[in-house]
Design a protein around this ligand. Structure first.
Ligand SMILES: [Zn+2]
Length: 182
């Protein structure tokens, strides 16, 4: 998605109505190159930023990857990489491993950062998604939290994937594996 010269809110969720600092009603004002929500009492815009999230690409020894089936909207019933939003004060790596534990019952360790994607969201407007390559001890995944199933899939035979960003991270992993094994 593009963010150039933007009306930061276009196509996103409803604009916030009240200043989170003083409670005053907000107005639209063009400020620092974008139309922003502005508080006249604080005399400053309310900056709205992407929400950071983390997900994991976890291969097993056969090169299959772990997917979970979504038990919540959006895209309920479709499959995706384990992942979710970072908590306050949490490192992105810790968020990634926590989500893996919660959604698939597996402990893992971070191998490397696979990539970063800015991705549109109906609720949060823009999500900044970090994907990590993670190794586990090969135990059987057990679905939990927002996931209704968790299992290994051959990358060449994937079920419908909920998000384009996840599809791209899976592709990056497959390319990486191809390069590493010649
Ligand atoms: Zn204010």
């Amino acid at each position: 998605m593009t963010t150039e010269g933007c009306d930061a809110r276009r196509g996103g969720p409803a604009a916030i109505r009240f200043c989170p600092f003083c409670g005053n009603p907000l107005h639209d004002r063009f400020w620092e190159g974008a139309l922003r929500r502005f508080c006249r009492r604080c005399r400053q815009p309310v900056y709205e930023n992407p929400v950071p999230a983390a997900c994991v690409v976890v291969p097993d020894s056969a090169g299959r990857i772990l997917l979970v089936r979504r038990g919540v909207a959006p895209k309920m019933g479709l499959w995706c990489l384990p992942g979710g939003f970072m908590e306050l004060g949490e490192a992105p790596e810790a968020a990634a491993l926590r989500e893996l534990r919660e959604e698939a019952g597996l402990k893992g360790r971070i191998e490397c950062l696979l990539g970063l994607r800015s991705t549109p969201s109906r609720l949060y407007h823009t999500i900044l998604l970090a994907a990590y390559l993670v190794r586990t001890d090969g135990k059987t995944p057990v679905a939990g939290d927002d996931a209704t199933a968790a299992r290994w899939f051959d990358p060449a035979d994937l079920p419908p994937i909920a998000f384009d960003s996840h599809r791209e991270f899976i592709r990056r992993f497959v390319d990486l594996k191809y390069k590493n094994t010649g």
